[in-house]
Ligand binder design. Structure first.
Ligand code: DC
Length: 211
């Protein structure tokens, strides 16, 4: 079974998807980490981020890998923490916008999800990467709450800077941020992580019971 979890930054995707995967004993695939890793490698190689074809080639030549603990590797380097830096936050939408890059990434994401029993988190999972996912969820949350969650993750950055960053990222990500028609929308603004996970788990169990 494939569970697709999409939605904007700060809606709670990562926390929820990770916990859900653990609960279901499914694998967890963080597709945002893949775009982040590619951005990191492009930076390291001083490749201009407007060169779509070169970036796509880089993505093809250096497929992102995950180990069992969810650590992220590209070109054999563990980039798990480097890809969470604010510099990458700001640049990754520029890389993720290129169609040529997305094609390579989506192919790789499908390969990584192929074995099934996986929770895949991203922006376009229910619509493009895994349109046949059995359970599709689109998480949303109030922008102020989303900014506050980001602030809790990155206490070293001023809250207003984070809110501005989030708004700019929303604008840049917007093109790929559309819920699938058959996705269930969950507003996480007033919900505890536990409640969101329980709700999705229910959807998964309901699907398993009818399948
Ligand atoms: O979820 P995240 O913040 O780690 O995502 C990083 C960036 O990658 C963000 O700008 C959106 C983009 N992204 C995407 O375009 N498609 C995906 N499936 C996942 C992430």
């Amino acid at each position: 079974m494939i569970v697709a979890i999409d939605g904007p930054a700060g809606a709670g995707k990562s926390t929820v998807a990770r916990l859900l995967a653990e609960r279901l004993a499914f694998r967890y695939l963080d597709t945002g980490a893949m775009y982040r890793a590619l951005t990191w490698l492009a930076q390291r190689r001083e490749l201009a981020l407007d060169l779509a074809d070169e970036l796509a080639e880089l993505a093809r030549d250096f497929p992102v890998e995950f180990d069992e603990d969810g650590r992220v590797y590209i070109d054999g380097i563990d980039v798990t923490s480097s890809i969470r830096r604010p510099g990458i936050d700001r640049l990754v939408p520029v890389v993720a916008r290129h169609i040529a890059v997305r094609e390579v990434m989506r192919e790789r994401q499908r390969t990584l999800g192929e074995a099934g029993d996986v929770v895949i988190e991203g922006r376009d999972i229910g619509t493009v990467v895994a349109p046949r996912a059995q359970v599709k969820v689109y998480l949303v949350a109030d922008p102020a709450i989303r900014a506050r969650r980001r602030a809790a993750d990155q206490p070293e950055i001023a809250a207003d800077a984070l809110a501005t960053d989030l708004r700019l990222r929303d604008e840049k990500d917007a093109i790929n941020m559309r819920p699938a028609e058959d996705a269930i929308e969950i507003d996480t603004t007033d919900l505890a992580v536990e409640d969101v996970v329980a709700r999705i788990e229910q959807l998964v169990r309901a699907h398993a019971a009818t399948a």
